[in-house]
Ligand binder design. Sequence first.
Ligand code: UDX
Length: 434
Amino acid sequence: MKISVVGTGYVGLVTGACFSDAGHEVMCIDNNPKKIEMLHRGEMPIYEPGLEEIVKRNVEAGRLKFSTSVKEGTEFAEVIFIAVGTPPGPGGEANMTYVEQVGREVAENMTSYRLLVEKSTVPAKTSEHLKRTVLKYLRADTDFDVASNPEFLREGTAIPDATNPDRVVVGVESKRAGDLLEEIYKPILAKGGGKFLRMNVTSAELTKHASNSFLAMKISFINAVSRICELAGADVEQVAQGMGLDPRIGPRFLKAGVGYGGSCFPKDVDAFVRLADALGNEFTLLKEVQKINKTQREHVMKKIKQELWVVQDKRIAIFGLAFKPETDDVREAPSLYFVPELQAMKAKLRAWDPIAEGKFKEIHPDLETVPDLYECAKDADLVLILTEWDAVKNIDLAKLKSVMACPVIVDGRNTFDPATVRAAGFTYHSIGRA
Ligand code: UDX
């Protein structure tokens, strides 16, 4: 089948590449000419393991092409996926400008039936707005459908997630739209397994909000437990293991740390809270999830302050800027809280991250970064771990200690076994381990 995907971010480019790899003919569209030029040169505008090979393979096979024109994409395919950015605005609400713009452009250029599929992380009820927009700007006398196909892929493992989905959720209003989407996913589900779930559009939109909010709740739950562990003298890693072996609970997303970040959890939880408020049914549980996530960072900051006593002029080495390993994404990353807060307290910062440094410096160009962990920690009074990169997990502790002014680690990701780090001569503060 022919498919257009608008937006070449983490969701759009991965989706387009995986559709083409499943045998479809795909056009990926982005209004940023720089991104499209990069893709034409075979360079990836984002970092995602395995993506470059898939893109290359399918471009060579003639199944994947790129364009800056939504008009061209509308002429090319009957099904158009919208995977453009919906960044949080100043008040925290998702900015829907780009989604609306794509809806308008598709409407203005379609001359026969088109199916618009929302795949971006969007607030529930977006499809209703999209439908109204298309109706307003439609020039031809033709049918169309709007569907929701929420994305569940994780950054860093986006390719295996997209090719072996647990489930594909589609929200549709017509059989035609549902059948088209089933046809698109057939080769992927035949190979990777997973269930195809057809439901109404709002249910599909809510499935995404509810899934991400539930996972965020698991993280906030274990982070709240971690604080009790610290006070009561327990070890949160052991508690999580003991809980997770119960299949009703499950072991995943029970890793205590400095809090969740990324482009999805904060935005999705917020959107769900706002939706519930707008419907007059306050979702207090999720408000608490947000509060725990926010105060978890402050809790780690307290550990830094208590350890250093005076933060001013102290050298702090930050290990990791990305919101999690294997991605260059810094959206809502804990580093975006710690760097300006510590700078305001006049600490001397130096940071290391293998791939997220560039994106972080677009926001904080003044942060000094270095490509080597030991150089980052040179003469430091404290190392702060914010992302559990493999290079951090595998660091040579003796060498680290030898370059630091004071061997102190505040570990926001429970990267190390406390006994090992302390035996190596460090003062070690981690999460939920008394
Ligand atoms: C998430 C969802 O997992 C995915 O289904 C959805 O499509 C997009 O949002 P992603 O944002 O890529 O994916 O990252 P994820 O691996 O879920 O981690 C999110 C955040 O939670 C990270 O900051 C991570 O460090 C943190 N986290 C995760 C924890 O603190 N503890 C955990 O146990 C798991």
